[in-house]
Design a protein around this ligand. Structure first.
Ligand code: T3D
Length: 265
């Protein structure tokens, strides 16, 4: 059986590909296990400085596998969905947000339910022009999970988030870009190449600064201005001690491209 998650490292980028194309990469136990293994490696391997998360085939991810993980649901034998959320979804979202390396979610096709929200847990979301997005949960009597009720209103505003969640409509990649849900769209034919190019350029940047940026941006959702200013000061103090800061300033003065190593102080 093919691996449910493909893993490859190229130019300091971990390329993580959800690989159940005939199920639009719906999330089953194999995919969750594959993602756990991938992120464990990414967390511990200093040679990896950026992540590209994408899907094989015509889908990015269709959310929970309704045929496997959620099949056999009967009204008289209710399923504890909280258990799978505790085991699989919440740790994954926390891991992605907390990872001290940037993640590009490259949405190559349909992103539905928790599959859409998986994309929102990344740092930069890009999409192929043929991609589309749907908070499919309401169609099966669920609410958005995997961080959807947190990320969505912050990304596109409360009114749009409520409408997407409640109506369960599908929006096109163009609409997602207008909403501010995705950073950039690329033509389908060049999508993978452009996504990889962007990830390689991120992997060559000062990795410690990208990690500190994630910390600051993650905290800004809960902090007031005073707390955020203090946090920025503390993180910037740390950045001032990194070799990449010295290299960046030296390279500017010497009018040459900087060569960042991503190493800690
Ligand atoms: O504990 C827990 O796990 C709770 C967590 C829940 C999190 C969730 O994500 S709940 C939401 C689950 N996802 C959905 O409800 C979406 C279901 N899929 C769809 O609505 C549609 O497939 C799409 C809108 C995503 C795409 O539509 P379309 O027309 O482009 O493709 P299709 O023909 O529907 O799907 C192609 C195949 O993929 C098809 O199989 P077939 O007929 O060719 O053999 C279809 O059954 C399969 N597929 C699509 N989505 C899923 C799936 N198989 C299993 N699970 C899926 N989610």
């Amino acid at each position: 059986m093919p691996e449910a998650v493909l893993f490859e490292v190229r130019d300091a980028v971990a390329i993580v590909t959800l690989n159940r194309p005939d199920r639009l990469n719906a999330l089953n136990a194999d995919i969750h296990a594959g993602l756990r293994a991938a992120f464990e490696r990414i967390e511990t391997d200093d040679a990896i400085r950026a992540v590209l998360l994408t899907g094989a085939g015509r889908g990015f991810c269709a959310g929970a596998d309704l045929m496997q993980s959620l099949s056999g649901v009967q009204a008289d034998t209710p399923r504890d969905l909280g258990a799978s959320i505790d085991k699989d979804y919440n740790p994954l979202v926390r891991r992605m947000r907390g990872l001290p390396k940037p993640i590009i979610c490259a949405v190559n096709g349909v992103a539905a339910g928790a599959g859409m929200n998986l994309a929102l847990a990344g740092d930069i979301i890009i999409a192929a022009k043929s991609a589309n997005f749907t908070q499919a949960f309401i169609r099966i009597g669920l609410i958005p999970d995997a961080g959807g009720t947190f990320f969505l209103p912050r990304l596109i505003g409360d009114a749009r988030a409520r409408a997407m969640a409640m109506l369960g409509e599908t929006i096109s990649a163009d609409q997602a870009e207008q909403f501010g849900l995705v950073y950039k769209l690329f033509d389908d034919a060049e999508f993978h190449e452009q996504a990889l190019k962007m990830a390689i350029s991120l992997a060559a940047k000062p990795t410690q600064a990208l990690a500190a940026m994630k910390t600051a941006l993650n905290a800004s959702a809960a902090n007031n201005l005073d707390a955020q200013l203090d946090l920025e000061r503390d993180l910037q103090r740390d950045m001032g001690r990194t070799p990449d800061f010295a290299e960046g300033v030296t390279a500017f003065i010497e009018k040459r491209p900087a060569k960042f190593t991503g190493k800690a102080a």
